[in-house]
Design a protein around this ligand. Structure first.
Ligand SMILES: Cc1ncc(COP(=O)(O)O)c(C=O)c1O
Length: 396
């Protein structure tokens, strides 16, 4: 093996021994409800396409139309010649949905968090190292952004406004700029941050509140506008309930202007291509009118939570379309996922480091493509399995 490659091979082998190695499964998807793997169709419970928009005719049609009219690619970054006028139209719709003065489209949610946070925490701009108060379970991309900025996060216990209050109070005499970072709906737990309390704390302590609304935009909140009301800066993606790809930042005019000047992920990356913009544009038109679909998804998730809990499973603090079944060890999560697969359900085992040690789980995501009968069948399968009590103990 050349150079350091054997070291990486050793690392991979160690991951394999710890049951933490990840491998890609080749899939074929022809509709939102099922996924085909190795020639077999499974009910897909591992997709973030919460409103089943990925296969919606309107998205495909506008993506195709915009590809034909405006090209398959944008040709350059937006500060060069890639700033097609399509962006202004979409940013206007996003700002209206998020009830913010302005919006800025970014390439992806990961890239947005990684580069927006790095730009916002730049000492040269804000005059001092910021104090960043962050939920312990924030998405990897937010940690990445903090790391890229060289910021040491002050992490509060997950969803714990009292602990956040404690940390803010400890630092109340500190005049450095303060930020609070949280997701609105946590991607691996399906629970909600106490946003109104956090907004109040941000105001009391003169902190800038940044909310990642990735798993709420489109599927939760009035008219699908998400759960970020009161945040100063909202980051979200078009890759989940909006069914395609790309991300946005919704904020004030000043913050948008600053990001256009200082956010490396925006400045040095090619603008999203017109077909993707077409899909985003069509999804944004559909979202406000999808209350019935949102209610359907909420009912499915509630049905599953109640049924799973009644069968002795630990669904954590989920109150949304994302429902984890927490089983503790990586082995147990892999075994549960494999058994479900045998029964025709595709639900992924989520293991450390994505979730904390001892809380490995299978994550279920319900979408508008599922029916109550899918949930009932899934519950029958779970009901036929042993040891949920052991699973509970392992995750405690
Ligand atoms: C909370 C959160 N933020 C950001 C991202 C990244 O978004 P994207 O898939 O658009 O890169 C994800 C998705 O995995 C997420 O769960």
């Amino acid at each position: 093996m050349a150079g350091s490659e054997s070291r990486y091979q050793n690392f991979l082998e160690a991951l394999g021994r710890e049951r933490l190695r990840r491998d890609l499964s080749n899939v074929a998807a022809k509709d939102a409800r099922t996924v085909e793997i190795g020639g077999r169709a499974y009910v897909n419970l591992a997709s973030n396409d919460y409103l089943a928009l990925r296969f919606h005719e309107a998205l495909a049609a506008r993506a195709g139309e915009w590809a034909r009219c405006f090209g398959a690619g944008s040709g350059a970054s937006r500060l060069v010649t890639g700033n097609l006028d399509l962006f202004a139209r979409i940013e206007h719709k996003v700002a209206a949905l998020k009830q913010k003065p302005k919006a800025l489209i970014m390439a992806s949610g990961f890239q947005a968090n990684a580069s927006v946070l790095q730009a916002l925490f730049d000492r040269r701009a804000i005059g001092a190292e910021p104090l960043v108060f962050a939920d312990r379970l924030n998405h990897a991309s937010m940690h990445f952004g903090c790391k890229a900025a060289g910021v040491r996060q002050l992490r509060y216990r997950h969803g714990d406004a009292a602990h956040l209050t404690e940390l803010l109070t400890q630092h109340q005499a500190d005049s450095r700029p303060k930020f609070i970072l949280t997701e609105s709906v946590f991607s691996m737990d399906g629970d909600r941050a106490p946003i109104p309390e956090i907004v109040a704390l941000a105001r009391t302590h003169d902190a800038t509140l940044i909310v990642d609304d990735a798993h709420a935009t489109g599927i939760l909140g009035e008219g699908g506008r998400g759960l970020s009301d009161g945040a100063d800066i909202v980051v979200g993606t078009f890759s989940k309930a909006l069914g395609s790809f790309g991300a946005y930042v919704a904020c004030s005019k000043t913050m948008r202007d600053y990001l256009v000047n200082r956010c490396s992920g925006f400045i040095y990356s090619t603008a999203l291509p017109p077909p993707v913009l077409g899909a985003i544009d069509a999804a944004l038109d559909l979202i406000p009118g999808m209350d019935q679909k949102r209610a359907h998804v909420a009912r499915l998730a509630a049905r599953f939570r109640e049924g799973a809990q009644a069968r002795g499973y630990d669904t954590g603090a989920s109150t949304t379309q994302i429902v984890p079944v927490i089983v503790g060890s990586a082995d147990a999560a892999l075994a549960l996922s494999a058994k479900l697969r045998d029964a025709g359900f595709w639900a992924t085992a989520i293991r450390p480091p994505t979730v904390p040690q001892g809380t490995a789980r299978v994550r279920f995501a319900f979408t508008a493509s599922h029916e109550a009968a899918d949930v009932d069948l899934l519950l029958d399968v779970l009901g036929g399995m042993a040891a949920p009590q052991a699973a509970k103990a392992a995750s405690a």
